[in-house]
Design a protein around this ligand. Structure first.
Ligand SMILES: Cc1ncc(COP(=O)(O)O)c(C=O)c1O
Length: 486
């Protein structure tokens, strides 16, 4: 008999029932080839003694194993691993798996590799990220309470069925009044498509607006993932300078006289990566140009909620009278990046088209999650969380900037950001950011090496330094390590 006492690992504190754990252990033994097809399983009495559980638990585990089709019970003989399971020998399996590591013989459209710090950060206690929220503050318990409560209700079962690809109607209704109250954006629920974050909105817009070889205007510095999304569509990027007032719309106008630009992608609230806010005069000019030259504006307002000094600017979409703007937002930065809820807002025909396209790649969002978020918006918890975060992040921003000023004078050039969750920090040109990032890593701190922000024309020795996800003690500690790593 196999050494089941050591082979079967149980976590008695887990919320997963013991019989399910035992069943899963047997499945692993079978799939790994440790238990071969037609092998007999130990009797429930012997196994119960060995691993110190009730005999009925083993019986339940075997019943589960049988009902899942891994084992069979033969009268008066016992329980056996199914004889005709398509399980291969371990060696052969390893060989088969090796094959998947090499390139195929067919041709496909390779997207660029995933770049940015998210892909490379190690699991460390301290990380200066690119500007993410502090998920320790996320009221996930409240969200889960709503989730549980809806799923338990009779009507909650409906949310387990296929639902509306446009997203929960309840969420779209509450969002339409939320957007009107917070940013003067007056839209019908029908003008809203719930997406899985802003990135999906960028992707859908790129697909719908652009054809291969079309021109799309973007900032000289720009959100790298947006650039890649447009390029993957086959579009050509036309780089427009960004200064301290936002995108240079006069330059854009000159370009428009010569080139047919199909769309302009812009982050007017806090430009990525430099965090500058576009001034009103330029916003109005951009909207007029869009009307005159008939291009679409993809307005990425991914972190609207965080503005510290005064009231945030209204989005372009709120002052667009000619329906040129596709407004993209999300709550991933305000709530938690992993809870993928965003929105795309535009004219009804565009939203219908975006819905049809989304339906092809991801039939619909997570209806239950969307309902749970609706409840948090309705009962004011979302608002409370925003307010609390804003206050905490402002204190963190101020401390972060104060320490930068004090300890990195002459080394880091930066402006205190009016909004967002990061400081755009330009390092002295003699500092090798790659080396600094490696040094920091060996000192226990993740920090970017700047490569994410560079492109064919933008080559500034800078990184975004997120202040929001670190508490005050951690900010001190992280900046101490950073200084040591220079
Ligand atoms: C400028 C910009 N747009 C969009 C996104 C994507 O955000 P989401 O998580 O909502 O997809 C990010 C994420 O960092 C971003 O920085």
């Amino acid at each position: 008999m196999l050494p089941y006492k050591s082979l079967i690992q149980l976590d008695r504190d887990s919320s997963i029932a013991l019989y399910i754990q035992i069943c899963n252990n047997f499945i692993t033994l079978i799939t790994k080839g440790i238990l071969q097809p037609a092998d007999i399983l130990p009797s429930s009495r012997i196994l119960a003694d060995l691993i110190e559980v009730n005999r009925n638990t083993i019986k339940l585990a075997y019943e589960e194993l049988i009902s899942q089709g891994w084992a069979e019970s033969i009268e008066r003989k016992g329980v056996f691993a199914l004889s005709n399971l398509p399980i291969r020998s371990t060696n052969k399996m390893d060989h088969e798996l090796e094959k998947f590591k090499s390139d195929e013989s067919f041709i496909w459209n390779k997207p660029p590799e995933i770049s940015g710090e998210r892909a490379h950060f190690k699991k460390l206690n301290l990380t200066i990220d690119g500007g993410f929220p502090d998920v320790r503050m996320t009221p996930v318990d409240l969200l889960m309470r709503e989730y549980r409560s809806i799923s338990r209700k009779f009507y909650g079962k409906d949310f387990l069925k296929y639902g509306n690809p446009k997203g929960s109607e309840r969420l779209r209704i509450i969002l339409s009044s939320y957007l009107a109250n917070t940013r003067g954006l007056v839209v019908n629920p029908e003008n809203i498509l719930i997406t899985k974050g802003s990135q999906m909105g960028i992707f859908l817009s790129a697909q719908l607006l652009l054809n291969p070889l079309d021109h799309v205007a973007v900032g000289v510095s720009n959100y790298n993932a947006a650039d890649e999304t447009f390029q993957y569509r086959g579009a050509n990027l036309v780089r427009i300078p960004i200064d301290e007032y936002g995108m240079d719309v006069d330059y854009l106008e000159d370009v428009l006289r010569e080139k047919n630009i199909k769309a302009v992608y812009i982050v007017p609230h806090h430009h990525f990566p430099t965090t500058v806010t576009m001034i009103m005069e330029r916003r109005l000019k951009l909207l007029n140009l869009a009307k005159e030259y008939r291009f679409a504006i993809i307005e990425d307002d991914y972190d609207f909620d965080f503005h510290y000094n005064n009231k945030p600017y209204l989005p372009l979409a709120s002052i667009d009278h000619h329906h040129n703007v596709i407004y993209i937002g999300s709550i991933t930065k305000t709530f938690a990046p992993a809870l993928r809820i965003g929105f795309l807002i535009s004219s009804q025909p565009f939203v219908e088209a975006a819905t049809a396209l989304r339906h092809m790649v991801d039939r619909q969002g997570d209806s239950l999650l969307e309902e749970a978020f609706s409840a948090l918006f309705e009962n004011g918890e979302m608002e409370r969380h925003y307010r609390k975060s804003l206050k905490v992040y402002k204190t963190r921003r101020d401390l972060f900037c104060e320490l930068l000023q004090k300890n990195f004078n002459g080394v880091i050039d930066f402006k205190i950001p009016e909004g967002g969750l990061a400081v755009w920090s330009v390092f002295d040109k003699n500092i090798d950011l790659k080396k600094m990032s490696e040094n920091a890593l060996s000192n226990g701190l993740n920090v970017e090496d700047g490569s994410f922000y560079k492109n064919e024309v933008f080559n500034v020795n800078g990184i975004r330094m997120g202040f929001a996800s670190l508490n005050e003690a951690e900010i001190q500690q992280a900046l101490d390590i950073l200084k040591k790593s220079l």
